[in-house]
Design a protein around this ligand. Sequence first.
Ligand code: AP5
Length: 207
Amino acid sequence: MKGSIVLFGPPGAGKGTQAEIIVELTGKPQVSTGEMLRSAVSKRTELGLEAKEYMESGRLVPDQVIIGLIEDRLNEPDAINGVLFDGFPRTIPQAEALSEIAEVSAVISIEVPDEDIVDRIVGRRMDPETGEIYHVSFRPPPPDVKGRLVQRKDDNEDTVRMRLAAYHKQTKPLGDWYNNLGILETVDGTGSIQEVGESVAKAVKLH
Ligand code: AP5
C-alpha cells in the first residue's frame, strides 16, 4: 500500500474539518481513529467498552488496541492506494508500527495555540445524521439541523485540558520525528476555516 497522508495536530485544531478538502483532492478515504472508537463505544462492542473510560477521561487509548484497529482497517479494499489518517498516529510506537505496514508520503500539521483550543472544543456540535462538524460561533449550523445536533461527551473544559496534556506529552514529539524524515508540512491553523483550508490544499499539492 502506498502514499498515505497523516493529519496531525492538537485536539480541536481542525483535523476533522479539513479532512474533507484532502479527501476531495486525493480521493483517499478518511480514517479517523476517534470516529472508529466512538462508533465502537456507541455499539457497546468489547473494544468500545475498553476505550470508553480512556476517552471520557481525556487519556489516549493503549497503543496495541489502536494498532490492531488500524491493521484491520488497512486490509479493506479501499485502502489500497493509501488513506488519510485523522488522529493517528498519536505516539512514537504507533508511528513505528505504521511505518511497518504503510508508506506515509506527507504529514500535515495544523498548528493552533492551546488558548484557542478550549473555545473551539467547547463550542463544537456534531450532526449525527451527516457527520458534519459545526461550531456555535465559528461555523454556525443551519436552523433546520439545530434540533438534532449533539455534543461529544469529551468536549468539556476539564477533559479538554487532559487531552491537551496528553497531546503535549505523547503526541507532539511525533512532529519532530516526522520532520526528521523530511515529510512534515506545517500549516497555520489560526485563520478562518476557509483560510486554513487553502493552506492545507497547498500543502497537499506539494506532494
Ligand atoms: P479524536 O476524535 O481524534 O479527537 P481529537 O484529536 O481530540 O481531535 P478532535 O476531533 O477533538 O478535533 P479536530 O482536530 O478534528 O477538530 P475539528 O475539526 O472537529 O480522539 C478522541 C479520543 O479518542 C482521544 O482523546 C483518545 O482518547 C482516543 N483516540 C483517538 N485516536 C487515538 C489514537 N491514535 N491513539 C490513542 N487514543 C486515540 O474542529 C474543532 C472545532 O473547531 C469545530 O467545532 C470546528 O467547527 C471548529 N473549527 C475548526 N477549524 C476552525 C477554524 N479555523 N477557526 C475556528 N473554528 C474552527
